[in-house]
Design a protein around this ligand. Structure first.
Ligand code: MTE
Ligand code: MO
Length: 321
């Protein structure tokens, strides 16, 4: 790591002491010694295509279903900031620079402020989770994500007792995200979870896939993964985390409230107004190009009912979709 002497650092980059103290507290909460990450002998998190080492695996939450190929995971994407076609993100996000990356923590939380992503997630904390993923468009994949349980990050942020929800705000930058020049959604992309959903051990903040740093088209440098919900909850390119007392607005619910609810739990019994959600097409590339296997049944909570159904015992899931 290059250590610059204080007189080489512009005043704008010098951290005020109050912020610095909070930062130290946050790092302690995350179990990070406060070293620059490069001091850990690891590549920085956003070095595209870099292999991540020391990933904790396997996880008791892993599915043993066949993995979707790396090629399919990285070329068949939804990421409207880079176009609405499935192959657009791989094409138009190539030159996106996800490093350095600042994360804004705000709202009902003790450790609010701006943080460098590298202070949030250190390479030695990373875990792999092989999750089933189900898009609301009725296709699905099995993906080995690499990240950190969202609960760990939330605990380090120290939400106040008023924090009932956590919202995630995508990067808003028309220069770097050409799709934001089109009003297909009300930018920036927004998502949110109830606090108990966010604290559930299945919820992850993801920085990698297939043992490598997350490709831009999959949401580098930081995205959310909530495997019992439809894919759109898994916001990519997270620039802000906001804790609130009231349920936050979410992009797809804002854009089509009759089609997409706040919860978006995978539910074969509640059809999308324009198509059935009872089954799905599993993307299982075989190395000879993309292959959609035949239709398979969609399971309640995407097969994670045993782990998460209790979170919704009070809700009418046909009404709160
Ligand atoms: N910022 C942002 N995040 C997003 C989206 C998006 O358009 N913008 N699309 C969502 C949808 S609809 C899906 S299915 C998943 C796809 O993730 P993947 O391409 O990594 O499989 O990302 C979600 N996250
Ligand atoms: Mo999706």
């Amino acid at each position: 790591m290059l250590i610059r002497s204080p007189n080489e650092i512009p005043a704008s980059q010098i951290t005020a002491e109050s912020v610095y103290c909070k930062r130290r507290e946050l790092l302690r909460g995350l179990g990070i010694a406060g070293l620059g990450l490069s001091g850990l002998g690891q590549p920085a998190l956003a070095d595209s295509a870099q292999t991540l080492s020391d990933i904790k695996r396997p996880s008791p939450y892993d599915t043993d279903e066949a993995l979707t190929t790396f090629d399919d995971v990285t070329t068949y994407n939804n990421y409207y900031e880079f176009g609405t076609g499935k192959s657009d993100p791989a094409k138009y996000a190539v030159n996106f620079q996800p490093k350095p990356w600042t994360l804004q923590v705000s709202g009902q939380v003790e450790n609010s402020g701006s943080f460098d992503l590298d202070d949030f997630i250190a390479p030695h904390q990373l875990e792999e989770r092989i999750y089933r993923m189900r898009c609301v468009e009725a296709w699905s994949m099995v993906i080995p994500w690499v990240g950190i349980p969202l609960a760990k990050v939330i605990e380090a942020c120290k939400p106040t007792s008023n924090a009932k929800y956590v919202a995630f705000i995508g990067l808003h930058d028309r220069q770097r995200m050409p799709g934001q020049r089109f009003a297909v959604l009300d930018w920036p992309y927004r998502e949110g979870l109830r606090m108990d959903e966010a604290m559930h051990p299945l919820s992850m903040l993801v920085v990698g896939v297939y043992g490598r740093v997350l490709p831009n088209q999959n949401g580098a440098p930081l995205r959310l993964i909530v495997p019992w919900k439809y894919g759109f909850k898994g916001i990519k390119g997270i620039a802000g985390i906001h804790f609130s007392e009231n349920q936050p607005a979410t992009s797809w619910n804002l854009s089509a409230p009759n089609e997409y609810g706040f919860y978006a739990n995978v539910n074969p019994n509640v059809d999308h107004p324009r198509w059935s959600q009872a089954s799905e097409r599993r993307l299982s590339g075989n190395g000879f190009g993309r292959l959609f296997a035949g239709r398979i049944d969609t399971h309640p909570f995407n097969g994670y009912a045993e782990q998460v159904a209790h979170l919704y015992s009070d809700l009418d899931l046909a009404k709160h979709f």
